[in-house]
Design a protein around this ligand. Structure first.
Ligand SMILES: O=C(O)CCC(=O)C(=O)O
Ligand SMILES: [Fe+2]
Length: 369
C-alpha cells in the first residue's frame, strides 16, 4: 500500500509531513469533539506576574475630548494636565465624548463578526504572503515564527494614507472607511493635546512623524469561547508600535494593561474609546511617556471582539527623541534611530519582541545582524 509519508529513498529516513498552516482558531473552537486545549495553544503564563489589582484608587484615567475640541483655553488647560498625568503614570486612558457614533462602532463589530463567519476558503484570499501586506487575515502575530498559537483570529488592513479593505461581506469596506476617518479625527485632536502636554508646540508630533502620510491600521480581533482559558492566551503581553492606538470592543472583558507591576482589567465605559501610547511616542518623548504593556485573555463565557486602530508615523520617517528631551549629559537618547517601516518589519518578522525591542543594546544588535 502506498505510504502517505514521504520517504527519502537514499537514507530511507521518514521525513515529517508538515502540518497544514493554521490560519484560524474559530473552526477549532466550534468543533464539538474538543475535550481539552490542543498543546499548540498552551501558553505558560508568567508565574511572577503580580496579581490583578483590585485597588479602587487605581482606575484608568478618563479624558473628555469634547473640551479639547470646543473648550476655552481655561477649560483645556486642566485636560492637558490630566493627559500629562495619564500618559506618564499609565500610558493609557479612556476617551469620552469623542463624537464617533456608537452605531458606527457597533456596525463595525457586527460586520467583522460576519467576516469571521465567512467560509474559511473565502477568507483565504486575504491571508497575504508578507508581513507588510496591506491586508492580512491570520491567527497569531506571525504564525511562521510564533512558538504558541494564539486563541484569536485576526484581520488587519491599512486604512491610511491609502485605504485597503476586504471587499466582503457587503458593506464591510464602507463601514471600515467611515470608522477609520472618524477615528483619525479623534487621534489628531489627542495627538495635538499630547504635544502640548509634553510642553511642545501643538503640531509637533504631527510634523515629526509626517502624520499627513502616517500609517493607520485597522486591526480586528476575534477571540472565540475557549474551554480552558487559563491555559491559553488571546494576545501575550506587548506594547503597540506607532504613536497612539484607539480601541473599542463588544463589551466582553479580556483586555488587561500593566500598571505599577500589576495587571488591571480594562472594562470600557459605554461608547468610550480606549487610548494607549505606542512605542513611537515613547521614542519621541525619550521615554517620558511609555508604550503601555497590555494583553488579551481568553475566556470561556462569550466571544470577544475588539477593533484596534493604531496611528503611526509615515513608513519612511525616522523617529527619534525630540531634541527638547535630550542632552548628552543627563538625558542621552535612549533609542536607536530606525525608520518606522524597518521597525515594523523587524517586529512582525519576530526578530524583536515585546518590551525588549526598545532596549538600546539589544535593538542595536538585532538591527546590525
Ligand atoms: O483585544 C484587545 O483588546 C487588544 C488588542 C491588541 O492589543 C492589539 O490588537 O494589538
Ligand atoms: Fe496591542
Amino acid at each position: 500500500m502506498a505510504s502517505t509519508i514521504p520517504l527519502d529513498t537514499k537514507t530511507l529516513k521518514v521525513s515529517p509531513v508538515h502540518p497544514p498552516k493554521i490560519t484560524s482558531v474559530k473552526p477549532l473552537a466550534e468543533s464539538t469533539g474538543l475535550s481539552s486545549l490542543p498543546s499548540i495553544y498552551t501558553f505558560t503564563h508568567n508565574l511572577h506576574d503580580e496579581p490583578i489589582s483590585d485597588d479602587p484608587e487605581e482606575s484608568i484615567p478618563i479624558i473628555d475630548v469634547s473640551l479639547l475640541v470646543s473648550g476655552s483655553p481655561e477649560e483645556q488647560s486642566p485636560v492637558i494636565h490630566q493627559l500629562n498625568k495619564a500618559c506618564s503614570d499609565w500610558g493609557c486612558f479612556m476617551v469620552i465624548n469623542h463624537g464617533v457614533p456608537e452605531s458606527l462602532t457597533k456596525a463595525m463589530i457586527e460586520v467583522f463578526q460576519e467576516f469571521c463567519n465567512l467560509p474559511e476558503e473565502e477568507k483565504q484570499e486575504f491571508h497575504g504572503n508578507h508581513v507588510m501586506d496591506p491586508i492580512r487575515c491570520s491567527t497569531g502575530f506571525n504564525p511562521s515564527v510564533d512558538k504558541v498559537n494564539l486563541w484569536r483570529d485576526h484581520l488587519k488592513f491599512y486604512t491610511y494614507p491609502e485605504f485597503h479593505s476586504p471587499n466582503k461581506p457587503v458593506g464591510f469596506s464602507e463601514i471600515a472607511l467611515e470608522l477609520s476617518k472618524r477615528n483619525r479625527e479623534v487621534a489628531i485632536v489627542i495627538l495635538k493635546a499630547i504635544s502640548k502636554s509634553l510642553g511642545l508646540e501643538e503640531s509637533y508630533i504631527e510634523k515629526a512623524s509626517n502624520f499627513e502620510l502616517g500609517l493607520q491600521i485597522l486591526a480586528a480581533n476575534f477571540y472565540p469561547v475557549c474551554l480552558e482559558p487559563e491555559r491559553a492566551i488571546g494576545i501575550p503581553p506587548h506594547s503597540d508600535h506607532g504613536l497612539l492606538t484607539l480601541l473599542v470592543d463588544n463589551g466582553i472583558s479580556g483586555l488587561q494593561i500593566q500598571h505599577k507591576g500589576k495587571w488591571i482589567n480594562v472594562n470600557l465605559l459605554p461608547n468610550a474609546l480606549f487610548a494607549h501610547i505606542g512605542d513611537h511616542l515613547e521614542i519621541l518623548s525619550n521615554g517620558k511617556y511609555k508604550g503601555v504593556l497590555h494583553q488579551a485573555l481568553a475566556n470561556d463565557k462569550a466571544t470577544r471582539i475588539s477593533v484596534a486602530m493604531p496611528h503611526g508615523p509615515s513608513l519612511d520617517t525616522v523617529i527619534r527623541p525630540a531634541p527638547e528631551f535630550v542632552d548628552n549629559e543627563s538625558h542621552p537618547p535612549k533609542y536607536i534611530e530606525i525608520t518606522y517601516k524597518e521597525y515594523v518589519k523587524l517586529l512582525l518578522s519576530g526578530k524583536i519582541c515585546s518590551k525588549f525591542r526598545l532596549d538600546f543594546e539589544q535593538s542595536k544588535a538585532v538591527y546590525a545582524s
